[in-house]
Design a protein around this ligand. Structure first.
Ligand SMILES: Cc1cc2nc3c(=O)[nH]c(=O)nc-3n(C[C@H](O)[C@H](O)[C@H](O)COP(=O)(O)OP(=O)(O)OC[C@H]3O[C@@H](n4cnc5c(N)ncnc54)[C@H](O)[C@@H]3O)c2cc1C
Length: 445
């Protein structure tokens, strides 16, 4: 393509952020190319995952109901695990039958459908095409160099490449610092085929309804992260992850590192006596691995500049404690698309105009949440007792509390108190307060 024939916008990556940006711009009549390296959107994508339909509805209206989603999530389980127990918190929300807000999803099905919506709106999808680098002229992004289509030019490039070893465009262009191991989690996932009726009876669901089970503590060998089981129509998504820095800690022996490898972690979880019966008889049909951004607010890259915007995982927008990422991606893609539409109206794609994207995010729930949870991952990273020692003490206390064995309740209570004292009552209280502060502190937009 000659530079004079440039498009209005090029979007790199047809994940939730890229497709949302392309859909928004194409719906306003802009000429948009959506470039995706996978054979089709979704073929290279992994997510747990739980998908939040509100953001899709904001974009495509009632059409969201046609999206290939798996099961509405009616039942949410959170388990703190030790090697011999699972301490659970369950929430069955029957309102979700009428008004679901989250669904299990398989990205290999969802992404092509969503990209199809962008195509219907007028975006030009270019699959099987790797963007190799951003083309810069006098410090301004003017296009992309691709393996298959040659050079493509546009007024603005919206970078939605996700994160991972294969997503390096911004780093290569000097627009983002390379990822540090404590800024990402390595996650793996298996898709396990199981009869729908078996899924429903094991997870206590009505036909067509779904559940999520998320497990902490011994589930990840005490590492900062969590493991999960999500029920799909006729499969289970089973996986999880932990901070890359903890998986690859150079102070550990080879054997310890091997135990912490993503695959070993998944097998350890699947083999836990509380998990095994849920998976029994299932057949693994797919194995996938991907990174999750954990850098948080203070390590986000610059999100705009002359001729470019950055959205979704590439912008480090994620909220791991709440297992949210796809929604931040979709919302940031929409806001980026709207910013480009306004820049197009003004005929100005300079940094000054595109800064509106960051200002809008700053005043939205996205940055409010990013700021609120900025210390959540570091808190767990620097306090390994929270995912190791504390669950064990709680497990021992609950064992004592529930065991009926001829010991008086008074003696049991005294014993439980001694357990907590021995484990460091003051430190536990202090750590609990720090965690509660992160969750509850007010953050204004
Ligand atoms: C195991 C796991 C579980 C998760 N669970 C959840 C969950 O339950 N709920 C939730 O909301 N979020 C979850 N997430 C996070 C969620 O998947 C991400 O936040 C979301 O996918 C980010 O969307 P994105 O569009 O920014 O990036 P991606 O979805 O990563 O999309 C990037 C796209 O760009 C393409 N691409 C990359 N580089 C190039 C290139 N150079 N040229 C062309 N194309 C390129 C990729 O192929 C891909 O299609 C999970 C993530 C993982 C790994």
């Amino acid at each position: 393509m000659a530079e004079e024939e440039k498009l209005d916008a090029i979007v790199v990556g047809a994940g939730p952020s890229g497709t949302a940006a392309a859909y928004t711009m194409a719906s306003a009549g802009l000429q948009v190319a959506l470039v995706e390296k996978g054979v089709k959107p979704g073929s290279k994508n992994v997510m747990g995952g739980i998908f939040y339909n509100h953001y899709l509805e904001q974009l495509v209206g009632e059409d969201w109901k046609e999206a290939p989603l798996e099961r509405p999530i009616i039942d949410e389980q959170r388990w703190m695990m030790t090697e011999e127990a699972a301490i659970g918190l369950g929430y069955k929300n029957l309102r979700n039958r009428e008004h679901p807000h989250s669904f299990s999803v398989l990205r290999a099905k969802f992404d092509p459908w969503f990209a199809g919506k962008a195509e219907e709106a007028g975006a030009f999808l270019i699959p099987e095409t790797v963007v190799e680098e951003l083309i810069l002229k006098s410090g301004r992004v003017v296009g992309v160099r691709t393996g298959r289509e040659g050079d493509l030019y546009a007024n603005v490039v919206v970078v939605c490449e996700g994160i991972g070893l294969g997503s390096q465009l911004l780093v290569k262009a000097g627009l983002k610092k390379p990822l540090k191991p404590n800024q990402a989690a390595m996650a793996v996932k298996e898709i396990i085929a199981l009869d729908p009726a078996v899924i429903e009876s094991r997870f206590n669901c009505e036909p067509g309804e779904g559940a999520s089970v998320e497990c902490y503590g011994a589930a990840t060998l005490g590492l900062t992260g969590f493991m999960f089981i999500y029920t799909n129509r006729d499969t289970l998504s089973v996986g999880g992850g932990a901070l890359l820095s903890e998986m690859s800690d150079t102070r550990l022996t080879r054997e310890e590192l091997a135990r912490r490898s993503p695959n070993a972690l998944l097998n350890h979880f699947k083999g836990h006596q509380a998990i095994k019966p849920l998976l029994q008889g299932g057949e693994t049909v797919e194995y996938l691995a991907k990174m999750i951004p954990e850098a948080g607010y203070k390590d986000m890259p610059k999100l705009y500049g002359d001729g470019y915007l950055v959205c979704g995982d590439a912008a480090m927008l994620s909220n791991p404690p709440h297992r949210e990422g796809s929604n931040l991606a979709m919302e940031s893609g929409r806001v980026a698309g709207e910013t480009v539409i306004r820049a197009h109206e003004r005929g100005d794609f300079s940094e000054t105009t595109l800064r509106e994207y960051k200002l809008r995010l700053d005043h939205s729930w996205i940055m409010a949440d990013m700021r609120k949870y900025r210390s959540a991952v570091p808190l767990l990273e620097h306090n390994p007792q929270m995912m190791g020692k504390y669950p064990q003490v709680l497990d021992q206390a609950m064992d004592e509390f529930f065991r009926v064995d001829g010991v008086s309740k008074w003696d049991k209570q005294s014993k439980i108190l001694r357990m907590f004292r021995k484990a460091g009552l003051f430190r536990m209280g202090w750590d609990t307060m720090k965690a509660a502060w992160i969750m509850l502190r007010p953050i204004h937009r």
